[in-house]
Design a protein around this ligand. Sequence first.
Ligand code: NAD
Length: 254
Amino acid sequence: MATAAVTGSASGIGAAIKRRLEANGDSVIGVDLREADVEADLSTSEGRKSAVSGVLSACGGKLDRLVACAGLGAHLDDLALIASVNYFGAIATLDGLKDALSGREGAAAVAVCSNSARFGPFDDHPFVQACLDGDEALARELVAQENGFIAYGGSKHALSRAVRRRAAEWGAAGVRLNGIAPGSTQTAMVEALKDHPVFNKGHESLIMPLGRNAEPEEIANVVSFMLSPEASYVHGAIWYADGGNEAATLPDRF
Ligand code: NAD
């Protein structure tokens, strides 16, 4: 039986991924603020250390699959918190558990990014650069002067690039690492966006060629495939599962 760890397992996409991997026969260690096997706060360095050590002790130091899914939406007022959870929490999870995956046959990890990573002036943004430099204090300071769109999309943009930057090192360690970029998915996060006085308009105007939000299970199905032996040559990739939103919005950009 394979052992997997999933952060953000108490709700939405993370909960659907946990259910799907369990249905596949995996033993899944859930990590979340509450209602999880490992209860830890990924917004702080102490919480991240406790999450990693909790998973390592639950899996005996040997992990087959990992999903870094915990995240916060653009609607929150605390923009620095978005950066700390979405980028630094995810990176600490991935890097902290890489050795437990190394050398395991078929080992694979997925970071839950977002299609919003492509929709902004993120390429040279100082906040994104501070994330990629691992400077959490500077990233938090810079993002606090921005808005929720920059905090959310920028943190996911940085996370996507961090996944790609790790392809050589993780490949050499025998661990496939990929990202998934979901589009609008029917979870508590999207409900909160719909209720927000500013982000509700952005959400209403989303171009969705399939004409609907994803169900969390539809994202979990793709993650399950990305972690499976059938995806054994998929590495360093960011896969869109967004109902055609990115293709319809940026049809000629690769
Ligand atoms: P959700 O709110 O249903 O679930 C998020 C989970 O993350 C919750 O269980 C929450 O407790 C956990 N979490 C938040 N802060 C945490 C912290 N400090 N420490 C530990 N756990 C923490 O939202 P969701 O829509 O399922 O989002 C899951 C992931 O998918 C996020 O990374 C989100 O950015 C990403 N995503 C969502 C959508 C969407 O439309 N719903 C689209 C693209 C990407």
